[in-house]
Write a protein that binds this ligand. Structure first.
Ligand code: NI
Length: 179
């Protein structure tokens, strides 16, 4: 597994809609390697999630691993099918280090995706950090960053930037809210 270079805003690939993964892509070694590299990169940059375009791939897939998750969740072609309610959250992004923003996200989210072998995954009205991560990562794959949801520039603020890799906080298990 290889850590791939992070793409930082306003890199063009972060502003571009991802390409739907086809069934035959799943059987390719390079595609399975991309998934493993995304997991390794998410750990290296201390994220709770990562979208493929953040490490330079056009494919529509993302990884989410919440602090309480034992394993990374691989989500291929994730799609949000329904949202309910609103709440204010503080959010960060690996592609915009040293910043946080207060934005509105949904209370609950319904989503579909495939796992790395093509089996269907359903998220049925999930809430909390999982709902937030699903919205954040599917946004990335639609070329949207959390700063696009800021209601005012005052809602974006600077925080201390943690180093990447083992020198950073929470090496290999992040409790940060960066995706
Ligand atoms: Ni992000």
């Amino acid at each position: 597994m290889t850590v791939r270079p992070m793409q930082y805003l306003p890199a063009n690939i972060l502003l571009t809609k991802a390409i739907q993964v086809k069934p035959r892509d799943l059987t390719g070694r390079s595609f399975q390697r991309l998934i493993d590299d995304m997991v390794e990169s998410m750990y290296w940059y201390h994220g709770v999630g990562i979208a493929a375009n953040q490490i330079g791939s056009r494919y529509r897939l993302c990884i989410i691993q919440l602090p309480e998750d034992q394993e990374p969740r691989v989500l291929i072609n994730p799609r949000i099918t329904r949202r309910a309610g609103e709440r204010e959250v503080t959010e960060g992004c690996l592609s915009l280090p040293g910043h946080r923003g207060n934005i509105i996200r949904s209370e609950r989210v319904w989503a579909t995706a495939l796992d790395r072998h093509g089996a269907p995954l359903n998220f049925d009205g999930v809430d909390g950090l999982l709902a937030q991560a699903l919205e954040h990562e599917t946004d990335h794959l639609d070329g949207i960053a959390y700063i696009d949801h800021l209601r005012s520039p005052d809602d974006l603020f600077e925080v201390e930037r943690q180093p990447d890799g083992p020198e950073g906080d929470n090496w290999h298990r992040s409790d940060s809210t960066e995706d």
